[in-house]
Ligand binder design. Sequence first.
Ligand code: HPA
Length: 245
Amino acid sequence: MQRIAIIGGTGLTRLSGPEVIQEHWLETPLGKPSGAIQEGRWEGCEVLFLARHGHPHAVPPHRVNYRANLLALKELGADAILAVNAVGGIHPLMGAGALVVPDQIVDLTHGRDNTFFDGDYLPLDHIDFTEPFDAGLRQQLLKAGRDCGFAVHDRAVVAVTQGPRLETAAEINYLERIGCDLVGMTSMPEAALARELGIPYASLALVVNPAAGRSDSLITMDDIRAVLDQGMDKVRDMLARVLVN
Ligand code: HPA
């Protein structure tokens, strides 16, 4: 049986659907993951769930121990990873509430431990990362969206910024000019580390705010939370569908 791991982002720190069988508190050679990994059964499938920012949500994007998170999921036998990411929308068609399955990444993060092949943990190696997301998993997410009757955008370039501050309007204009449709803070190094471990990985992004300078008002956490509450219900429905299919 396939073991699917879900990495929940902002707004998804617990999975309400699955029957939790066990909680794993692991210590990896590269430190501790963000929190306990829940092992459960959902829609007849085995699932692992990890809250990227911990539960309660406390670890900022630049401080997440992405390497420990990925190693722990590997140790627990994850065959595939579905990542959930709250993002800002740059593309005019990707407004607040939009669901998107991105296909490309521009990595603008810095100072994060972003590889297992650093010459310490593992000898130097260079992975192919032409297509950062797994094509089959992306299709499974898109099919789940269709089955649920949701409009889900297929393909988008997600810029990954360092955070935790949001961007300036000029930075968003720049990101748009270089071809980015979405902006988030957590897809990297997560996606690359999954590839380094050979675990298929795809992302389901929920747009929680228009990116900086793309609306008449400032971005407030209250506005973001309102979108998160509704949007994450749809995300949960889609994840359950992926497991059933
Ligand atoms: N920028 C970067 N990351 C984000 C945003 C944003 O506007 N919204 C949610 N995550």
